[in-house]
Design a protein around this ligand. Structure first.
Ligand code: SAH
Length: 410
């Protein structure tokens, strides 16, 4: 430890120490008993108990409800450039060397750094072929952005690093949105990526999140495989609700489904979905691409007695805060109830929630409620989550935001 100058120090209330021993990375303002040494926004702080004993190192932001995000629980670990390099390298090597991600020589896309879950709170980095897209979600990361960009460039030599820090979470940190090139060359308007041999065009400037829902790559592959091994695939009609740029749709077509209907409220997303379908060598049937509100569209299908063999329900985050969970639950119940009614006997429902405030348990209960109201029967074939490029730290349950169920419906 560099002790030439005492680092700013945060003393934690006694009854709030346990979470730190349990390596939860967040220290809320209510847990802070005293602040010593006037830390700058984003500064590294020493976290101690009332007796002055070391608990952890973290970075500080007085403006946030989460005033400290913890980085290390080892007193002798200096939080210097080398610390950040080690952490970034660990995250990157876990993706590449352990072969969690199939690359096959093609330009690939996956999450390289998953923030708190990679013990790098506030930092998201996604790889899209030769480019990296970065999100700095906190003051601590914002303050270190030049260093982090340099380390990423050094380790990975990307063509460029583009920033998409235009997320609501920044407001809670007292930060404005930030978007633009950080390093290297501007990405093209659309980056073409390869995902399990399927190709997609990704708009990293204007697309959702960093451009693509990378967290669903494993579940898209699962859908493709379900159809590939289905002897009657060619008779299957698939509804991809909240389809964005056609991720699940391309896999369904590739699995030889007879018809795949993609519904999304965003005209831009649907336009790109068509291009992605065509890029993979499939005919674009205009009627199968629908710009509409899924809640209304499902009712329309119900009223016209339409039936599907497979339905994917991958809605956006309905609950952004704990207070919105009840309303979100009603939304999830509504679409799942409608989906149950629209499925042929023996059909499959792949249903998801990406609301952090809705636990896997609660989600299951909501879907259960919808099933009972629908009068149908269903079996869980598989519980679903993100792929291994989106690890969840065991000590950070908030990291498990994406949960889903694959159901057989009778
Ligand atoms: N399954 C997709 C990701 C879906 S993200 C994939 O694998 O890529 C959620 C999508 O829902 C977004 O594209 C958003 O435009 C769309 N959306 C949000 N609210 C909607 C609504 N009420 N009706 C239809 N689409 C909606």
């Amino acid at each position: 430890m560099n002790t030439s100058i005492a680092p700013p120090t945060i003393t934690i209330r006694r009854q709030r120490e346990r979470a730190i021993y349990n390596r939860h990375p967040w220290v809320f303002s209510g847990a802070v008993q005293a602040v010593h040494g006037n830390p700058e926004p984003g500064a590294t702080v020493r976290v101690q108990n009332g007796a002055g004993e070391f608990l952890a190192w973290g970075y500080w932001n007085a403006a946030s409800a989460i005033q400290v995000r913890l980085l290390s629980w080892r007193e002798d670990e200096a939080i210097d450039a080398d610390f950040w390099r080690r952490r970034i390298r660990r995250a990157v090597e876990a993706r590449t060397e352990e072969n969690l991600i199939y690359e096959g020589g093609a330009p690939v896309a996956y999450r390289l750094i998953n923030a708190e879950n990679d013990y790098l709170p506030g930092l998201i980095v996604d790889r899209y072929g030769d480019w990296l897209v970065l999100q700095a979600l906190t003051m601590g990361i914002e303050a270190r952005k030049p260093l982090l960009v340099e380390l990423l460039d050094d380790l990975l030599h990307p063509a460029g690093i583009y920033e998409r820090s235009d997320v609501d979470a920044r407001q809670k940190e007292g930060l404005p949105p930030a978007v633009g090139l950080l390093q290297g060359r501007e990405p093209p308007d659309l980056i073409e990526i390869d995902e399990h041999g399927r190709r997609f065009l990704v708009d990293v400037r204007n697309g959702h999140k960093t451009g693509f829902y990378l967290d669903q790559r494993q579940n898209r592959l699962l859908l493709g495989n379900l159809l590939r091994f289905d002897p009657d695939a060619q008779e299957r009609v698939v509804l991809n609700a909240f389809g964005y740029t056609g991720g699940f749709s391309v896999y369904a077509l590739d699995g030889l489904a007879k018809r795949v209907i993609t519904v999304d409220a965003s005209a831009e997303a649907i336009a790109l979905a068509k291009r992605n379908v065509s890029l993979n060598g499939f005919h674009v049937n205009e009627d199968d691409f629908v710009v509409a509100d899924v809640f209304q569209r499902l009712r329309l299908y119900r009223d016209s007695a339409r039936q599907f063999d497979i339905i994917i329900l991958d809605p956006p985050k309905f609950a952004h805060t704990q207070r919105q969970v009840e309303r979100a639950a009603r939304g999830y119940k509504d679409i799942n109830l409608l989906a149950f009614k629209l499925l042929k006997p023996g059909g499959l429902l792949m249903t998801f929630s990406c609301s952090g405030g809705v636990s896997a348990d609660l989600f299951r209960k909501i879907v259960f409620g919808a099933l009972i109201d629908s009068g149908r029967e269903a079996q869980v074939l598989q519980t679903l989550g993100p792929g291994p490029d989106h690890p969840v730290a065991l000590t950070f349950p908030e990291g498990a935001y994406l949960k889903g169920l694959l159901l057989r419906v009778w």
